[in-house]
Write a new protein. Structure first.
Ligand code: ATP
Ligand code: MG
Length: 418
């Protein structure tokens, strides 16, 4: 038997109602905030990710699914969506008509990491990106929108962490101070962090190895190094979040693994998923559009890990389950033919209807109606056909109603819509 690839998974029909509910809630909310959907492809030139995510990141160093296609072009299954959205913004000159663009996208991402709970090799993200707005109000609004989505989904165990990464003007000073500290603590660092401390020291702050965490526990805070403009930006973000009653904590260790982030950075963390604590992450990436060959345009965005979000949504799954409203228990050829026609009409009228065409006994049909959890069973037996009527039984109250076959669908609609 051929099985699926390690780290990949099926989202089964029993689970998909919850996924759809989350996706639909996100779509509706984001569109109310002025976002429109963009659907970039899942395959891009490898170069795009190397340039945007950065060569020194875990993603580019060891997580990408990269392969040459038949002509030898190096292609990569996207490990994240931002790079593609930025490429699209530039390629279609979206900035020309209106530099301010708000876009969201939902879809699969691919990273070859060690699979574990909440960590897969194909996983799903909901992304939102805003281009052309440098104002801190947008940062705060995006965080508010993200938090509101979690609230709408009744997520209880989540915390907002925010930080500022400064800008190319002030970050070098911090980087230097951090490098000096790392140099003196080299012995405590893991192999990856020794390499990082030379090439991308900020990323050491993000390392999950306990000895590395210990080594940087008293690291300087980047907040103390922000230039006046970055400090004012960060202050406004916090002020607006407070005004909007969004609870958050400033987390000096919060850095993004991706190179292109500037200023505001944020993450939603949960205690419910063990080591996989990040459910969503994002931040400002003012330098990326230009770095990828576009005009200088500020941008900010976030990515929600949908697989992890699904795990912590506390909604009652039963309330999302889609049971048939009507199950038609039809007996005999004529009964089945009638049922077939009626069921099509009922389905088209938005009344979820199922028929069993097997010609089984009434007893086994009733069992099946129970199994599929139908609200009503419509019995179409020989005596019903003779009398020109059908019986509709309410499976909860056991009440029975008789309907004439004339105008049946119309009358059922009126009855069931009530
Ligand atoms: P982590 O620190 O857990 O590896 P990350 O920093 O690599 O996360 P991002 O690149 O910021 O993650 O992606 C945004 C979100 O996507 C994460 O917060 C997480 O919820 C989700 N995510 C990332 N990698 C995976 C994965 N392999 N499987 C499932 N979800 C993931
Ligand atoms: Mg990761």
């Amino acid at each position: 038997m051929i099985q699926l690839i390690r780290g990949f998974k099926d989202i089964l029909p029993e689970e998909s109602a919850l996924w759809q509910h989350i996706e639909n809630t996100a779509r509706a909310l984001f569109e109310d905030f002025g976002f429109r959907e963009i659907r970039p492809p899942v395959l891009e030139k490898t170069e795009l990710f190397k340039r945007s995510i950065g060569e020194d990141t875990d993603i580019v160093e060891k997580e990408m699914y990269t392969f040459p296609d038949r002509k030898g072009d190096l292609l990569t299954l996207r490990p994240e969506a931002t790079a593609s959205v930025v490429r699209s913004y530039i390629q279609h000159k979206m900035y020309a008509a209106d530099p301010i663009r708000k876009m969201y996208t939902i879809g699969p991402m691919f990273r070859r990491e060690r699979p574990q709970k909440g960590r897969y090799r194909q996983f799903y993200q909901i992304n939102a990106e805003v281009f052309g707005e440098a104002s801190p109000y947008i940062d705060a609004q995006l965080i508010f929108m993200l938090v509101s989505l979690f609230e709408k989904l009744s997520v209880t165990d989540s915390n907002v962490h925010i930080n500022s990464l400064g800008c190319p003007e002030c970050r070098p000073d911090f980087r230097k101070a951090l490098s000096e500290l790392l140099e003196s603590r080299k012995k405590q660092l893991c192999e990856d962090c020794i390499r990082r401390s030379e090439r991308n020291p900020l990323r050491v702050l993000d390392c999950k190895v306990p000895s590395c965490r210990e080594a940087v526990s008293d690291a300087p805070s980047i907040i103390d190094y922000l230039c006046p403009a970055c400090a004012a930006h960060f202050d406004t973000v916090q002020e607006m979040l407070v005004k909007q009653n969004v609870r958050f904590e400033v987390d000096k260790r919060l850095v993004r693994g991706l190179d292109y982030y500037t200023r505001t950075t944020f993450e939603i963390q949960t205690g419910a998923l063990g080591a996989q604590s990040a459910v969503a992450g994002g931040g400002r990436y003012d330098g990326l559009v230009e770095a990828l060959g576009g005009p200088s345009q500020p941008a900010i965005g976030f990515a929600i890990g949908l697989d992890r979000l699904v795990e912590i949504v506390t909604l009652n799954q039963e309330s999302l389950a889609k049971h048939p409203m009507v199950f038609i228990a039809a007996l005999g050829d004529e009964g089945i033919r009638n049922a077939w026609l009626w069921s099509n009409d009922l389905c088209m009228a938005g009344i979820r209807t199922e028929v069993d065409f097997s010609g089984r006994s009434l007893k086994s049909l009733m069992k099946r109606a129970d199994k599929v959890n139908a609200s009503y069973v419509m019995i179409v037996g020989e005596s019903e056909l003779k009398e020109g009527s059908v019986v509709l039984r309410d499976m909860k109250t056991k009440e029975q109603h008789t309907f004439s076959m004339d105008n049946l669908v119309e009358n059922l609609k009126t009855f069931l819509y009530q």
